[in-house]
Design a protein around this ligand. Structure first.
Ligand code: PLP
Length: 361
């Protein structure tokens, strides 16, 4: 890479594009002649307002967000959305459907139970979340206020390959770990949300795309700061937004534009994932955790033949400059998180390393 940086396969926070970091570094004490850092600016200043509006407009353009949706820049992480969603949406019928395909969907499911009757529309827990349920397996309630699922299961390395058909029931989706990795038909969703720290920006920014008609029906005790309507009415500026993270998102979006947008990124990220999966499938030592038709393009989970060899792999990989490959404790083995910012070269070199390790052990 020409620097002393490592290939960081962390699940999140994770790599940001080098050119984005360098640009942020070059502007860190004096943003474009303003005489100050973006971190030091009033969020109401003209200079910051331009950063904010340009970033929002680029997000809407690149992710093809239709006119009847609002893009919100919030704080509290994806986890705060686990409460915000039922608080704002469940009032319609008092019921909601949840598909639990991993850890974060399960946390959201348990949180939602505080606010209404929650139907478990599907669960992949029977096989330790190694697969995504099919449309036919979803037990949908036509009276649900909304249907909830997590598009990419960061810990288990599975990804939904289809958008569920829920009829008239609005779909709410956690895209924290595959946001802007591919084109999405936003019009099929009620709400899309995600923490920024996997694919988009530093930790501290949460993005919610909310279909306008879904806001304004919150439960009466909904905290002001957890009400989508508050944030829509004030264009995410009811209070101080995460200014620095929004600026960083703007830089990442400019970079993404240069990669061909989400359409370009889809090809790039799929090629990276295909390469890793094919090397793992061809190896004698390694097996992938996720079932083939449910594999994630963002988090590749795999293991060797023993825990000892897993440990040896992680140790030697770290020494070779491939860091954070140890799997989550719920799955064991290894996990290579290959988000948008992971260069193709990093994945190619990891693939070479896996091949060599397979041959030598
Ligand atoms: C990381 C992650 C979360 C949690 O995000 P926070 O911003 O830490 O609250 C939720 N959902 C998914 C899919 C994630 O990958």
């Amino acid at each position: 890479m020409g620097t002393d940086r490592v290939y960081n396969f962390s699940a999140g926070p994770s790599m940001l594009p080098l050119e984005v970091l360098e640009r942020a570094g070059s502007e860190i004490t004096n943003y474009q002649g303003s005489g100050m850092s973006v971190m030091e600016m009033s969020h109401r200043s003209k200079v910051f307002d331009k950063i904010f509006q340009d970033t929002k407009a680029n997000f809407i353009r690149l992710f093809h967000v239709p006119d009847n949706y609002k893009v919100l820049f919030l704080q509290g992480g994806a986890s705060s959305q686990f409460s915000m969603i039922p608080l704002n949406l469940i009032g319609k019928t008092g019921k909601a459907d949840y598909a639990v395909t991993g850890n974060f969907a399960n946390v959201a499911y348990k949180e939602a139970k505080k606010y209404g009757t929650i139907n478990l529309a599907a669960s992949s827990e029977d096989k330790n979340h190694t697969y995504i349920p099919t449309q036919e397996q979803l037990k949908l309630d036509p009276e649900a206020s909304y249907f909830y699922y997590c598009a990419n299961n960061t810990i288990y390395g599975t990804e939904w390959q289809y958008v569920p058909d829920t009829g008239d029931v609005p779909i709410v989706c956690d895209m924290s770990s595959n946001f802007l990795s591919k084109p999405v038909d936003v019009s099929k969703y009620g709400i899309i949300f995600g923490g920024a720290q996997k694919n988009l920006a530093p930790a501290g920014l949460t993005i919610a795309i909310v279909r306008e008609d879904l806001a304004g029906h919150e439960l009466p005790y909904t905290p002001l700061m957890m009400n989508y309507k508050t944030m829509i009415d004030k264009d995410s500026m009811y209070n101080t937004p995460p200014c620095w993270c929004i600026y960083m998102l703007g830089l990442v979006l400019e970079w993404l534009d240069g990669q061909g947008g989400v359409e370009g990124m889809e090809k790039i990220k799929h090629g990276k994932a295909e390469l890793l999966y094919s090397v793992l499938d061809d190896s004698k030592l390694f097996t992938c955790a996720a079932e083939k038709d449910s594999r994630s393009d963002m988090n590749v989970t795999f293991r060797s033949v023993s825990e000892e060899l897993d440990a040896k792999f992680v140790k030697e990989a770290t020494e070779a400059g491939f860091t954070n490959l140890k799997g989550h404790r719920n799955v064991g083995g290894m996990r290579a998180s290959i988000y948008n910012a992971m260069p193709v070269e990093g994945v190619e070199k990891l693939a070479d390393f896996i091949r060599a390790f397979d041959k030598n052990n």
